[in-house]
Design a protein around this ligand. Structure first.
Ligand code: DAH
Length: 329
């Protein structure tokens, strides 16, 4: 007994005086290892009768647990000491080191074009409205005067969920939703994703459109022309560009026009459709077409981005290649 308490005392003093992890581990081996005094005492136990063996076993285990506690307390102290020395004393923060570079993300070109368009139209008093991407056939087709047999309704071209719901094929559906619940004067744009089963250099199954509507008394096609001209001039005024208004057909406008743009003598590229809102559409949203008239337009945003950034294939906008996307600021 006496021997053991003396042993414990010496061990504690020795352990508490060491200054590093290596020494601490050496002491752990010395006091608890295979060749330690304690282990030899455990071995001696077999020679004793059962009663004495239990007694000695109890004492030896208490000594062992005490040693383990002393060692782990010392380790904790060494840890603290280590942190203190390294963080606050030895390794002082070197304020002359260059900072770590934080890489900022950049806006997607489609968002950049949306923002430029928003700036232009809000300066003319247009508000922003939104509609659902999962649309029903009434808002996407019927109310827009699109006949039942129109190809855009086909299962081949359009992503239908069932007989009633589809992924909207155009933001023109928002015209109906918004005009139904407001009365003239009306002036808004809506932008967002639309979906069509199409994929080539100029088409992707998902793309973005900006829809614009203006309804009031005495609105004419010259107002439409003025706005489109100025919109395109704002975007492309610093480039050599030509615009042409080409007669076209949309069931929801009469007359209907498509607008093409040519930059730096490159090929013409169609960027938007527009026209005077068809009286059937105005009637569908309870606007009196004898008093009010209006125009609407729908712009393909990726097409604008192609021209703005001079890219030849709009699919690159959706490949998410960071090397391509980070060029746009
Ligand atoms: N919705 C048409 C399309 O996706 C574009 C369009 C044409 C929108 C004429 C209009 C419009 O508002 O008046 O091709």
């Amino acid at each position: 007994m006496l021997n053991l308490s003396k042993f414990l005392l010496t061990a504690r003093n020795e352990i508490n005086s060491i200054k590093n992890y290596v020494e601490l581990d050496d002491l752990r081996v010395k006091y608890l290892g295979k060749n330690s005094f304690l282990n030899s005492q455990f071995k001696e136990m077999i020679k004793l009768d059962k009663q004495d063996r239990v007694k000695l076993g109890y004492i030896l285990n208490r000594v062992k647990n005490n040693l383990l506690k002393i060692i782990s307390r010392r380790k904790y102290k060494l840890d603290n000491l280590f942190c203190k020395n390294n963080l606050f004393l030895k390794k002082k923060i070197d304020i002359s080191l260059p900072g770590r570079q934080i890489k900022n993300g950049s806006l997607h070109p489609v968002n950049i074009l949306i923002n430029l368009s928003k700036n232009f139209f809000s300066s003319l008093g247009f508000s922003f409205v939104f509609g659902p991407e999962i649309e029903d056939y009434y808002h996407n087709f019927d109310a827009l005067n699109i006949p039942y047999c129109h190809p855009s309704r086909s299962k081949k071209d359009t992503f239908w969920f069932n007989n009633k719901y589809l992924l909207r094929t155009q933001t023109s559906s928002v015209q109906i939703r918004f005009m139904k619940k407001s009365s003239p004067p009306i002036r808004f744009i809506s932008f967002g994703r639309v979906y069509r089963n199409d994929c080539d250099r100029l088409h992707t199954p998902m793309f973005h459109q900006i829809e614009g509507v203006m309804v009031d008394k005495n609105i004419s096609i010259s107002n439409l022309k003025w706005i489109i001209n100025n919109f395109l001039h704002t975007l492309f005024g610093n480039k050599k560009y030509c615009i042409r208004f080409r007669p076209s057909y949309f069931p929801f406008t009469e007359p209907s026009v498509e607008v093409d743009i040519k930059i730096n003598n490159d090929k013409w590229l169609e960027i938007l459709g527009c026209g005077m809102i068809h009286t059937n559409v105005l009637n569908n949203v309870n606007i009196n077409s004898d008093i009010y008239s209006g125009f609407a337009f729908g712009v393909g945003i990726e097409r604008l981005a192609m021209l703005y950034y001079n890219t030849k294939d709009l699919r690159v906008f959706f490949e998410n290649d960071i090397r391509f996307l980070k060029q746009f600021k």
